[in-house]
Design a protein around this ligand. Sequence first.
Ligand SMILES: [Zn+2]
Length: 320
Amino acid sequence: MKSEHILSRRGFCLCCVGAAGFAATGWLSPRAAYAEARGIVSLIKDSAAKSVISAHKLRNGVTVLEGSGGNVAVLSGNDGLVMIDAGISISRKQMTKALADISPEPVTHLINTHWHFDHADGNSWIGTDTTKIIAHENTRKYLSQVQRVEDWDYNFLPLHGNGVPQHVFSNEHALTLNGETLALKYYGPAHTDGDISVLFSEADILHVGDTFWNGIYPFIDHSTGGSIGGMIAACEANLLVSTNNTIIIPGHGNPVSTRSELQGFRDMLVAIRENVATLKHQGRTRDEAVAAKPTAAFDAKWGQFVIDPAFFTRLVYEGV
Ligand SMILES: [Zn+2]
């Protein structure tokens, strides 16, 4: 059963919820998709409520926490805890413990890589009067209003009060905290049109949000400006600012990843875009393109998670 498959893996993304529904049953009627998505959201929340959060200590006071939606980075030091992404609220108890295990200091800064639920839902409990939440301006826009994701026929409710990012930027933003220079950079439209990277400059650690899913086909959110071309451009930007010494934190998949794995992800996206574009330009319909299996050479390695080959083909088709 598909839901068991989802729950058997950590680091799932709400991005994948609708995908699982489609993967299990083909294209659902809007009503069926809605019912299925709601059911799986509940399952994911129930699972996250019980899920263990594992900590991976990196270097220069940076730790990655895995197990509450997307991978969360935490920088500790005298300025308090600095979080990159917030996970899902339902795992508040485990997240509170995981943070306390790093340091007793409060969270003073929270940076959102993009608006998706599995990265920003935790804003609602982490945000206080004294927590600075920082994001791209489009991320604040999406977190401030009812946000519809057409591919899932699903409406996300806005965050309230202290959970909404108060500090936004449009292109670049730099901060110095805990002896580390944090360089925040907007990608332009990629997985959404609000994605940013966060570079811990001295530590040489790069959090790339959902522009990289290590070892699994990614979701691409067309409802808020994502596309396959934007994903590839973001990968190229990530490759430009990293070296073989850089630790790369992807949104999903192994939280401690390398540049060569990122290169493999980029090459996979480029090859599949080419295959799907060829089919579309030949006049094949979306279903015909899926039937032609343009991802076949990559499925054994990348198609084992909730964005399955057929769903990924549809996502790419939409953007070429
Ligand atoms: Zn996402």
